[in-house]
Design a binder for this molecule. Sequence first.
Ligand SMILES: [Zn+2]
Length: 317
Amino acid sequence: MRTVGIDLGGTNVYAVVLDGDTVVGSAKRRTPVDGGRDGVLEAMAAAAGKALKDGGLDLADVSAVGIGTPGVVIDGTVGSSANVPGFDERFDLAGALREPLGRPVRVANDVTAAAVGEHRLGGGRGSDSLLCVFAGTGVGGGLILDGRPFEGVHGGAGELGHVIVRQGGAVCPCGRRGCVEAYAGRRAMELTAERRHATGTPTILFDVMAEKGKTRATSGVFRTAFESGDLLVADLLQEAAEVLAAGIASSVNLLDLDRVVLGGGLADKLGAPFQRWIEAALQPLLFLQPPEVDVVAAELGDDGGAVGAALLAREVA
Ligand SMILES: [Zn+2]
């Protein structure tokens, strides 16, 4: 079966055409910042068209379209996504794209879609009870339980970033305190670095940012500063690894999972050393001993969400 998968992000829209287990076409577009919701919907349809063209195909050649979107997804509708224009207020995303695409549409949360991709074709192959962790600007999580994506009663399952690891701790971008993301989300880490720098702790993080011409401390900026021996950055990354381990351990202790797939910008850029820190901090926190949880790297990279969305589209084909 041939399906299209579209992964909508705050910065880019990725689209793939999946034929069996093989990506036969792909495309990437910027997510428009002006043009509101209609502009975003047009960009999604255009990315799908470009991926089809890349594979020498058109819409008549595919059975269905899957979409991964930020926000909370319920029955094809999406809401609560602050990073995409017009996606904060709940609306029928499946309905809005069914007509222009002329194909059945399946909508899922973007992290859930990425987890499905990793489960079937990436680092999660061979496991049917796994947690996918995506550490980037924020921290996302996706659950596969008994071989199926678990989305929860209200579409809110898998929010590893908001598992509370330090009661009354640092303020999280969500407004609560002590969440994993308050320590392991890149945005929160940058704010912590700014605060410590302002009170006299030396760091080259902001010099690296300026040298690279970035307005934000990206994952690459963190990596360069770390590899240059920056102690403040090493400290923040070690804390992020320990906090991620605590959140992962709590999830594993609750659900008895056998695999953790680690991805996202920060995890991808920092690679094996960061993964080893998390593993080392994780082992003693696990209830079942000896631990039988494998931590592995995500394998699908930027296409993971679109590949997962294309797999989910088979449910409505
Ligand atoms: Zn939070």
